[in-house]
Each structure stands twice: as C-alpha cells, then as structure tokens.
Design a protein. Structure first.
Length: 93
C-alpha cells in the first residue's frame, strides 16, 4: 500500500474496541448457552456455544496482536513516498 501523506495523524488501532466487542459477545453467548440448556433447547444452546467459542478465539487473536506491539508508522516529518522511477531500456527508448 502506498502512503499518500493524507493519513490522519491521530489514527488508532481498533484492536481494543474489537476486544471489548468480543468480550460483550462472549458474555451474551455464554448467557444464551446457559439459558437454552436450562430450557431444554439443545439446538439453540449449541448455536450459542459455537458463537461463544468464536468470540473466545477472536479475543485470543486480538490479545496476540496487541502483544506484538506497535508497528512502525512514519511521522509528520516523513514526506509521502514517491512512485518508483521506471527503469530505462537499453537504447534510450
């Protein structure tokens, strides 16, 4: 991806927000699993259990990416990248 220089200087990673949303989804999915088990609705309990598992996997991926730390982002003093020059062909064409 080519840097244009118009990127926001205050851009933040959405990982923390994604972690919160996954946690919220995990709570609802576990609650739904428990409620449907108590009501005897096996199909819905399994569906909520699968959703809980997906939310848990998503949380694990987000935590792993957060632990990787920040990646290099050019600052304001770095100008936008210029496109590479086309190589010249032998013979001047």
């Amino acid at each position: 991806m080519r840097r244009t220089g118009s990127e926001p200087s205050t851009a933040r990673s959405p990982l923390r927000f994604r972690l919160v949303l996954s946690g919220w989804g995990l709570l609802w999915a576990v609650g739904g699993t428990v409620a449907f088990v108590l009501l005897g609705q096996t199909g819905w309990a399994v569906a909520c259990g699968v959703l809980a598992l997906l939310a848990l996997v998503d949380m694990a991926v987000v935590v792993a990416r957060m632990r990787q730390g920040a990646h290099f982002q050019p600052g304001r003093d770095i100008p936008p990248y210029e496109p590479p020059e086309r190589p010249r062909r032998p013979g001047g064409r």
